[in-house]
Design a protein around this ligand. Sequence first.
Ligand SMILES: [Zn+2]
Length: 474
Amino acid sequence: MKEKELKQLQEKEQYDVKYIAELREYWNIYFYALINEIFTGIAINLGMTTKEAYRLAKSKPSDLKKANFFKSIFNKFKKIFKYKIPKFRYKEKLYDKQKPIKEKQWKKFNKYLDNYWSNYAKKASEDITIKAHELGKQTTEFRKKKKPYKNKSLYQVNFEQYENEMPSSLIEAYKKYDFSNAEKNILNKQFSSIAMYVTETGTKIQEAIRQQIQTGIENNKSPIEIASDLYWNVEKNENLVNKYTSETLRKDWNRISSTEIATIYESGILAPYEAQSMKSLKDPSFAQYFIFTGGSCPWCQAHQGSLVRLVPVDIVTNTTNDSLSSMGIKDPNTDIAIWIGKNNIGYKETKNIHEWRICTPAHPYNVATLQPIDLKNEWYNPKTGDVEKRQKKQKFVPKQIDYTQKTKEEKEWRKPTFIGENLVRFNNNIYEGVDQEDYNKKLEEHRKNPQLPIPVNKNSPAYKRIFIVEKNKK
Ligand SMILES: [Zn+2]
């Protein structure tokens, strides 16, 4: 398979958990609408009527969107998000054939755009960040309680788990709920990386508008042509001009938001286990394991079912090495460590180079998820792609009632009974009382040949229980 095809398959990955899929959809659509509104405002600034400008935004021939496309989506989420798409109307003319726009004027325009962008895009992004994290924690709760959760909508989770008041900012969440310092650190770090992406996208929008208007004026284009180029510059040189269309900006944002939301959601899934993973360093019985599940691209499919163990993020000094033994942890079940925030940024995966590691998300647009597993009682079922309870092996023979046990004789027979010098029959087993110095040798013999009596050390409490009581009775 070609690399381009692989990338396309990765882009197509979709969540099978409804509430996180919906959050991802909302973020993507809200940004799309904001970018669209800015570009529409520019088209109006260039001289188009409002009607023409909106029609242009909606009518790309290859991807026809209905007039109420945004409206229906925003309606779906109106109980959760109240973010508006305010009009973007910059008053000073950005297009004048006689007088090219001066640097000073661009700066003024950029400020106006900055203001609009940080007011709406940043606020919504913080809201979505904290919600994605909370949803991850809810997923952990649902999984622990073995509750079906995949078909729950964002609306349902907000209503059922938060009484319609899911936090919408980090400060609000920190006040309302218990966050460990480690968890706060991680979440703050993740939000600042998101804030950086939001700023970057704003800068790209500024660049796009300036570039298109300037090249348009230089090439004697009409204002309508320039406006059209801003939306859909599909037929032009892909690498150069397409960088500056609303469609490219939106696609870029889709990649960023899908990957970032997965990062935060998965951190939310792991966060409730962080304290336990710290304990497991001293007591391995606390070790928490996870199975890499989900994702539909060939890379994900090849890695589904991989077993990993969570380590506290504080002990990871070298993020390029994810081997448990390199961290001084000997684990009989796996050598792959994961920690909150582990990612593949900067790692290559091509036909010949294989650097991607097990983490979630493992690649852009990835929807793979780490499912906790209790190795004793659960297993990964490759058919369903889920961690499931181990079925106890049962023979399909009707259970027989043991009548014999009810008889007096049987009861007597099961009591400890001397059958030789140092031999006692008890519960269908034969025990031999042995001196301490012979015990190990006898035990060894018994292990090799289970037909021999079970040795009991004469100095042990068990000996008293089995041998002494009965002897006295006799
Ligand atoms: Zn994948």
